[in-house]
Design a protein around this ligand. Structure first.
Ligand SMILES: [Zn+2]
Length: 145
């Protein structure tokens, strides 16, 4: 089987983004240099587009994921989480001298509000922790060959 046959066999998968990185690269390199295979690719692409079943490689979710993995966005998100947690903790401390020490507020209301706030703070903390762990492990995931 020559390179053109092999490429043309993979073109459909290439258009549908079903190939692994190696095959995708092979097809791309080949159709860039081979008129015949590029014509096959363009025809098939046109057909698939007309049929309306073209699968986009980067749906909104994948794109958002990519944007979120970008270092600046990542750093900003982490700073945002810190500000949110510190701000929320500060708000709780401020309440300690106002809301919690207010004699007219019943004890059970104070206890209820405290529990809700402690829960939110724990959740924020756990999400931030997961983000930090994901950030650390990400470094090795993005190694290119
Ligand atoms: Zn070819």
């Amino acid at each position: 089987m020559n390179l053109c046959d092999k490429t043309q066999e993979l073109i459909s998968g290439y258009i549908d983004h079903e190939l692994n990185q190696q095959d995708r690269q092979r097809v791309r390199v080949h159709i860039e240099s081979c008129d015949q295979c590029r014509a096959v690719y363009e025809d098939l692409l046109a057909i698939k587009q007309e049929m309306g079943n073209l699968q986009y490689p980067e749906c909104e979710e994948a794109q958002l994921d990519k944007i979120m993995k970008e270092p600046v966005a990542k750093g900003m998100a982490i700073i945002g989480w810190f500000i949110l947690i510190i701000g929320f903790a500060g708000f709780m401390v401020w309440q300690l001298f106002t809301f919690y020490t207010e004699p007219s507020v019943p004890m059970w209301v104070k206890a209820g509000v405290f529990l809700i706030e402690a829960g939110v703070l724990l959740l924020l903390g756990s999400v931030l922790r997961q983000r930090l762990i994901a950030l650390k492990t990400d470094k090795y995931k993005n190694v290119k060959f």
